[in-house]
Structures are given as structure tokens and as C-alpha cells.
Ligand binder design. Structure first.
Ligand SMILES: [Mg+2]
Length: 230
């Protein structure tokens, strides 16, 4: 049954939800880490799904750099990540996920506010979006993996910005968080928002998304309007 009350804000994850980066993220992350930190840890086997870039840096560099130093270098890291991503992304077959364009278009057509909640640092998110054919301006609010290592903190930041954008209060139950991993479901829960999971992304074990018990579990975004929002 679709959500029985009005929704105001839909927060989309990027990787595995709106688009497939096809390796561009891992490659540019590696180059930016080398430039800013001089090492990459176990990046080749690192699982990025649902993680913030900040927590990825803590995971991969925690043995060498204290957390305060990683935080201090975040502005440099963001700048390097954006520069490297821009330089390499054309070499990867980045693609929008099925029905992602239609879903964002329908969100806008209905006058609902679309936003981004992603583990990507703020500087790289628009580069990925543009490459997959999304105008970053279609998402007037967002929260990013350069703002906090803990993804569970990000939806509240996006909600705050949405309230400022719309000039009114928004209840958590009016917020939908859409993502492809258990971490996306968890961050929706942290806000008290409605959790929608899509099977188009980077959930690892086959049962991961079922176990995370989102409010809605979709094969892809094609049924979002209809199944989640009437
Ligand atoms: Mg994702």
C-alpha cells in the first residue's frame, strides 16, 4: 500500500540508486588519496556501498592518520577528488539506473522537493550526477559524505536544509529516503523517515536488503510512483 499521507521531501542516494558509476569512484578516490595522504590502504578490496567517503578514509587510513588529521585534510581531499573524478569519469560507462530519470522528473512534476543524501563528498556528487544526465539543480538540498563520517547523521542535515528551502517545518514522516544498501535504510530510520530500498545497487549478501526491513523494497525505481507514492 502506498504511503497513506502527504510526502514533502524525497532524498535520493546516488551510487546504485540514481546511477551506476562503473568504477569511476574507486579510481578517483584512489588518486585523490594518493595525492592528499600518500597512501590508499586496502582500497582495492574496500566495500564502498552505503559508506560515507569520510568513513572510507577512516577505514583505509586509520592505522596511519588520526581522525583529526583526516578531518583537517577533508577540504584538500574534496578538491583533489573532484579534480581527479572530472579527469577520469569520461573513461567509465557511467549510466543512470533504470527509471531513475523518470522518477526524478515525476517528483519535480508533482512539486515534491527532491534532495540528495549520499556518501560522496559534496564536490564529487554533482560531477557524477551530470555525467549520468541529471542536472544537480534538480536537487536543491542535500547532505554529503564530507559533512559527517556517520551516514545516519546526514538525513537530518538534508531535512534542515529542506525546511529552510521551503520556509516551513517538515515532519520526518513526510520524508522518504531512497537507497540501495542497508546503510541507507538505517539512515532513514535514524531520522524517522520512510525507508525505500532498491535492488539496483551495491547490497552485498542477497538477503541484506530484506534483513534491513525497509518500508518498501523495490526491484528498481520504475514502481516508485505507484508502489510508494500513489
Ligand atoms: Mg548507494
Amino acid at each position: 500500500m502506498p504511503i497513506p499521507h502527504a510526502v514533502s521531501l524525497i532524498l535520493f542516494d546516488i551510487d546504485g540508486t540514481l546511477l551506476w558509476p562503473k568504477g569511476a569512484g574507486r579510481t578517483s578516490t584512489r588518486l585523490a588519496m594518493l595525492e592528499v595522504f600518500g597512501e590508499v590502504g586496502q582500497i582495492e578490496s574496500h566495500y564502498f556501498g552505503g559508506k560515507t567517503d569520510w568513513s572510507t578514509l577512516l577505514d583505509l587510513l586509520g592505522g596511519t592518520f588520526p581522525p583529526e588529521e583526516i578531518e583537517r585534510r577533508m577540504p584538500d581531499y574534496q578538491q583533489a577528488a573532484a579534480r581527479h573524478l572530472s579527469a577520469v569519469i569520461g573513461n567509465f560507462p557511467v549510466q543512470p539506473c533504470p527509471a531513475a530519470h523518470d522518477t526524478v522528473a515525476e517528483t519535480r512534476r508533482r512539486g515534491l522537493l527532491a534532495g540528495i543524501v549520499t556518501g560522496n563528498v559534496q564536490a564529487t556528487a554533482p560531477i557524477k550526477l551530470r555525467t549520468a544526465g541529471f542536472d544537480p539543480d534538480w536537487f536543491p538540498v542535500g547532505a554529503y559524505g564530507s559533512e559527517h563520517p556517520d551516514r545516519n547523521r546526514l538525513p537530518a542535515l538534508a531535512l534542515q536544509r529542506a525546511e529552510h528551502h521551503l520556509g516551513r517545518r517538515i515532519a520526518p514522516q513526510e520524508v522518504v529516503v531512497v537507497g540501495d544498501t542497508a546503510a541507507d535504510v538505517a539512515c532513514a530510520r535514524a531520522l524517522g523517515a520512510i525507508a525505500v530500498a532498491v535492488r539496483t545497487g551495491y547490497a552485498t549478501a542477497p538477503g541484506e536488503l530484506d534483513a534491513a526491513a525497509p518500508d518498501y523494497l523495490l526491484d528498481d525505481l520504475s514502481s516508485f510512483y505507484g508502489a510508494v507514492i500513489a
